[in-house]
Ligand binder design. Structure first.
Ligand SMILES: C[S@@+](CC[C@H](N)C(=O)[O-])C[C@H]1O[C@@H](n2cnc3c(N)ncnc32)[C@H](O)[C@@H]1O
Length: 185
């Protein structure tokens, strides 16, 4: 199986039978969503409805990877829009490097919370670069009644300075979290 990220083709072993409904938020170049679609998931890519060029990048990634079935929708974090209301229940929400601006954290979690009302078992899988040790999601997770599990990178062989022949993440600290709905306040 092959996926094109920018101009670099990436290959990975076939994992057919992956059928979850997946929505990527703040998708940009959309690598995780593209990969999930290649593995058989029903994928919706989204980026801010106020950033049409970012939505165009999502569409180009689908085109370059021959994935015409992948929908691209404008979802601005924290906005209760028609497109958000129309989304079918999701199994997994992918969020790659969206926790980069503390002012947006609650808007992101409120969008996720809305999707949790459609499917209380939905999980948010998020990787992000640690940009400041002072930033924390903890209080917001408590406020929005969400649980969070930290996934050590070594558990999926990602604790390296270069992954998939790229120089990323280099010396940056990357974390992975899985966030789900709490069992009630
Ligand atoms: C740091 S980039 C990460 C892009 C991609 N997920 C990745 O890992 O390469 C952040 C993304 O969030 C999107 N974004 C920024 N503000 C947003 C908002 N208020 N609502 C939705 N998406 C937003 C940007 O357009 C951009 O695609």
């Amino acid at each position: 199986m092959e996926c094109t990220f920018g101009l670099v083709p990436l290959s990975w072993p076939s994992t057919s039978g992956f059928t979850e409904e997946i929505c990527q938020i703040g998708a940009g170049v959309s690598l995780p969503g593209i990969l999930a679609a290649k593995c058989g998931a029903e994928v919706i890519l989204s980026d801010s409805s106020e950033l049409p060029h970012c939505l165009e990048i999502c569409r180009q990634s689908c085109q370059m990877n021959n994935l015409p079935q992948v929908d691209v929708v404008g979802l601005t974090w924290g906005h209760l829009s028609q497109d958000l209301l129309a989304l079918p229940p999701q199994d997994i929400i992918l969020a790659s490097d969206v926790f980069f601006e503390p002012e947006d954290f609650e808007d992101i979690l409120s969008t996720v919370y809305f999707l949790m009302q459609k499917n209380p078992n939905v999980q948010l899988w998020s990787t992000y670069q640690v940009r400041s040790a002072d930033w924390s999601l903890e209080a917001l997770l408590y406020k929005w009644d969400m649980n969070c599990v930290h996934i050590p990178l070594e558990t999926f062989d990602a604790d390296k300075e270069d992954i998939a022949e790229s120089a990323l993440p280099g010396r940056h600290t990357i974390e992975m979290l899985v966030i789900s709905l709490g069992k009630g306040l």
